[in-house]
Design a protein around this ligand. Structure first.
Ligand SMILES: [Zn+2]
Ligand SMILES: [Zn+2]
Length: 166
């Protein structure tokens, strides 16, 4: 999906709105995937000689927990606004994916924003205990004797609290 940004900045008169679906299923997000098509809303309006563009989308991201490898699904939202001046179009270091003609690749842009948005480390729960180093099952779900490395400081603090309550 392309948006002719140069044309819009130089000759545009009216605000532009576009709803489209974006297929990101072939893209990799640090190991996570966006399997379903993503509904996207794109707006552009002129403000003086600048174009103000808004990109909004919500996707469900499928990955695996970095600690226990269980499947993880999370909702991620992109809601970004960019203001572009005409001279940005000829700036080789400009951050948006533009071609030489000044056309903006909306799918590539969305991909970049989601890549920025999606955590590189996904967890099934904040305090996922991870896997037992002995049997490979989830910690707490196995009957292996407790490992010394399990003596996390949180347990120590909790036992202090307990003794205070008693
Ligand atoms: Zn986990
Ligand atoms: Zn075990």
């Amino acid at each position: 999906m392309q948006f002719d940004l140069r044309k819009f900045i130089t000759t545009g008169t009216r605000p532009y709105h576009l709803d489209f679906e974006c297929d990101l299923s072939g893209r990799d997000f640090s190991g996570a995937r966006v399997l379903q098509p993503v509904p996207v809303s794109f707006d552009a309006e002129l403000d003086g000689g600048e174009a103000r563009m808004t990109l909004r989308a919500k996707a469900s991201v499928h990955g695996e927990c970095a600690r226990c490898l269980d499947p993880v699904e999370s909702e991620e939202t992109v809601d970004v606004q960019w203001t572009v001046k005409q001279r940005d179009l000829d700036d080789p270091d400009f951050d948006l994916p533009l071609d030489e003609a000044g056309r903006l690749d909306l799918e590539e842009w969305l991909y970049q924003e989601f890549l920025f948005q999606i955590p590189t480390v996904l967890l099934c729960t904040e305090d996922c205990p991870g896997l037992c180093p002995v049997c490979g099952r989830k910690r707490g779900e196995c009957t292996c004797p407790k490992q010394e490395s399990d003596a996390a400081p949180i347990d120590a603090r909790l036992s202090v609290l307990k003794s205070l309550l008693n």
